[in-house]
Each structure stands twice: as C-alpha cells, then as structure tokens.
Design a protein around this ligand. Sequence first.
Ligand SMILES: [Zn+2]
Length: 287
Amino acid sequence: MDNKLLDFITSSNLFDEFNVENSSQQLVNICNRKDRFEMFCPECGDKKVFIYDSGFSDIEVKNIINALSSTGSLNGSNYLKHDPIEIFDHWYFCFKCSLNESHKMEYFFTKRGSKIIKVGQYPSYRDIENPQIKKFRKLLGDYYPELSTAIRLFSVNVGIGSFVYLRRIIEKLVYDAFKEAESAGKLTEQEFEYRKTKDENQIRNGIEEKIKLLKGFLPDMMTDQPQIYGVVSTGIHELSEEECLKYFPVLKDGIVMILDGIVARNETEKAETAYKKSLGGIISEIK
Ligand SMILES: [Zn+2]
C-alpha cells in the first residue's frame, strides 16, 4: 500500500499535522475500500486487516471523484483551485475489522488551512500493538501496556514520564525472577527484601544488589549490568527532559533484549520438556 494519507491516519500521534493538498485520490482509494491496512485488533487479540466503514457520505465521495476527473490532471494548474477535499472542515474515519465488523477503529481530525490535525482516536495507542514489542504481550501480561505506554510517551517527546514506565517493567522482571528463585528454594523473602528506607540512592543500590542475586533467573545481560535500573531511576529524579529523551532508545533496546532473553529461555525450557517427554515415550515403547 502506498497511501500516505492512510499511513498518516493510522500511525500519526495526537496533534500531528498532514498537508492534504493533492490527497483527493488517496482519500477516494480509502473510501472505495481499495486501500486497506493491517493493525492489531485489540478485540480479536491479533493482527487483522481493517477496511473503511464510514466517515464520508457516498455523495461526498462521488463529488470528489467527479471533481478529480473534471480537472483532468492532478498536477494541472487549475487543480488547487478546485481541490475537492478543501470543503471538509472535520475529517472522521471509521474502519472495521475484516473478521468482525463490530470491531472498529475510529480517527478524528480537525482542519486548519490545508492541514488536517489528529485530535482523537479510539481504541487508544495503549491498546494497539507495537510491532517491536508484541511478542512480549504474553510474558508481560498486565504490564504489557506499561511498555507500549513508555514507547508512545517517548514518541510524543515525554522523556521523564517514559522512564517511569520503563522502571516499572524492570521492577516487574526483578520481582518475577525473585518469585521463581524463591520457589526453586534459592532465595528467601528475608534475603531479598529491599532495605526499608526513603533514601533514593540506597533503594537504587539495594535493587541493583538484588538483581545480582538473581543470576540464573534473569538474563546475564541484566545481572551482569544491573545499573540499567539505576540509570532509569536517576532519569526520573535527576535528569532533564532532554537527557531522558536522548537516553531512552538505548534503555528501551536494553529492556527489549532482556525480554528477548527471557522469551528465548522460556521457549528452550518448553522444548526441552517436550523432548524429555517424547524421549521417555520412545524408551518405554522399545523396552
Ligand atoms: Zn477484530
């Protein structure tokens, strides 16, 4: 699909602007359901194709098509004068999921001059899948939206706020690993308890020490360099908005690599269990 208007509608952030001059044909392709897009459908829980449902009336679309054909060429000198989409002050698009048409994706735009500005959408970004992180949905469970919120905040230039969500992810991973270590009999609650203090530095050092204790339960990348927690924490309390924005990509990639490590380990464990079971079956069969 090469439809810049549709790209903008579906992937822009709130208050992003798009110049719609010369976009009539793209608008028609959307409304005629020629151009579609793929997106995570929160209700299906999977990626689905979305198709235009409503927003512009049939007559409005027909008028645009007529105007397009009467101007002859999109680049004609009198084209701008007759830009058929100039008359729409508010743009609204509703798309439906190809599997179930009650699953909708809605987008709202206001217009200033020849620009449309996104002023709303539903479902929110929080609910929509981000391709880089969707594989962590199962692993993170209730914490999955924290990761997508961190990325989304960064994408709208909110630095310190995005760090808060990254830190929550790290804390969840540490806690999950502790629970695993505890049930394996490797650590007790007392050994793991953070020192009760309000001093940020002590909490930070305390957590970094705890991360080291979790070697074998967290990816080595994290237990060897537990300072990622400290950097994120420092960001929240001491760094400027600009500094947080500058460091975010490195920290986010670090967390993605840590998550990749956990997913890979879980898959290996699953495969090993299946192998042992199958081998056990063979052994008992050939006895
Ligand atoms: Zn759906």
